[in-house]
Design a binder for this molecule. Structure first.
Ligand code: PHE
Length: 340
């Protein structure tokens, strides 16, 4: 074979290569010790000395061509191997955006943080309360002495050591009065527990945000102002409120504050159960006995207190029909009201 024939033969042989071994054999056949190109170099000896360098260059060029062709065949074989490995597996499109599961804050946390920001902007301090409380703080210090019938309203989880799971955020009133003295403006959100029969609107665990303002000349109109302000900011529009008489031993007078249903503007809808109003926030002027027990001079100071039903507010904001969903650990349910 002359050089041109060798190259033609190589091209033909290369086409039929399907494996690494075959490729290696091909290399040996052409570039190996007794390969065609090595053999043909021997012809050089018989050539005219002038022609030798020209022939040498031709053989080298042919060698290079063969090397290159072998190199690209090796790459092709690699690519085919990967293709085969991926066959049967799901295709992967590396350019698709990542659809990773991300978590989000719980609706209770979102609204609680919103309320905190709103009250902060109105000059209130924020306090945390204990979940395990003494009977004194939960009841006596807010004017609910032993054997008072109001204790029945709040079925209590008692602990073996005589302490209890706080039944309302009012359990922190006494400690906070003693910490701040008068005047003060504080809100204290917290989780509360009651040994209740559980249904769509009652759970044994729920959230409240308690607020207290103590100063000279504080009146119920201050309370109405702050509640209206807070609700209007939460709902992003003007919200009307109304007061109805309510009884709690720790306030005198006591009220139930309702807010005009922000969804139907009082016309009546599912959310307000066609009443136009939503009961949201028991409140009142702090009973002088409670102030006294908190070390406040009742000659000089009065105050209001409210116990906003945070769980209820959250249900309203996010249109959640069952309070038990708020304490659920079921991701399917939580994703239903996932808010980014
Ligand atoms: N602590 C009361 C409750 O949970 C609510 C309340 C707070 C009422 C403050 C009046 C003043 O039922």
């Amino acid at each position: 074979m002359n050089l041109d024939e060798i190259l033609l033969a190589f091209d033909r042989d290369l086409e039929s290569i399907t494996s690494d071994d075959e490729l290696q054999n091909l290399r040996n056949n052409y570039l190996g010790k007794s390969g065609h190109l090595t053999t043909i170099m021997r012809v050089m000896r018989d050539l005219d000395p002038k022609e030798r360098p020209i022939f040498g260059q031709k053989v080298n060029a042919a060698k290079q061509k063969i090397e290159q062709a072998l190199g690209s065949m090796r790459e092709k074989l690699e690519a085919r191997k990967i293709e085969r490995a991926l066959k049967g597996t799901k295709s992967i499109d590396l350019s698709t955006p990542l659809r990773e599961e991300t978590g989000s804050l719980h609706p209770i946390t979102i609204i609680e943080q919103k309320i905190i920001e709103i009250f902060k902007s109105m000059g209130f301090s924020i306090e945390d309360g204990n979940e395990v409380e003494t009977e004194y703080n939960n009841f006596e210090a807010v004017n609910v002495p032993k054997d008072h019938p109001a204790r029945d309203m709040q079925d209590t989880f008692f602990l073996d050591n005589g302490e209890l799971l706080k039944t309302h955020t009012s359990a922190s009133q006494n400690r906070i009065m003693r910490k701040y003295g008068a005047p003060c403006k504080v809100i204290f959100p917290g989780r509360c527990f009651r040994n209740e029969d559980v249904d769509a609107s009652h759970d044994n665990t729920f959230f409240q945000v308690e607020g207290m303002m103590i100063n000279e000349n504080v009146s119920i109109s201050n309370l109405i102002y702050f509640m209206k302000e807070m609700l209007s900011k939460v709902f992003g529009k003007d919200v009307d409120v109304r007061l109805r008489p309510g009884f709690f031993p720790f306030v005198e007078p006591g009220f139930e504050l309702d807010c005009k249903c922000p969804y139907c503007d009082g016309k009546g809808c599912n959310v307000c159960k066609s009443t136009g109003w939503i009961e949201l926030c028991p409140c009142g002027m702090i009973h002088p006995k409670v102030l006294e027990m908190g070390g406040i001079d009742t000659e000089k100071y009065q105050g209001f207190a409210f116990g906003l039903g945070l769980s209820r507010l959250v249900m309203m904001v996010y249109d959640i029909d069952d309070i038990r969903k708020l304490n659920s650990s079921d991701l399917k349910i939580l994703k239903d009201f996932k808010i980014k």
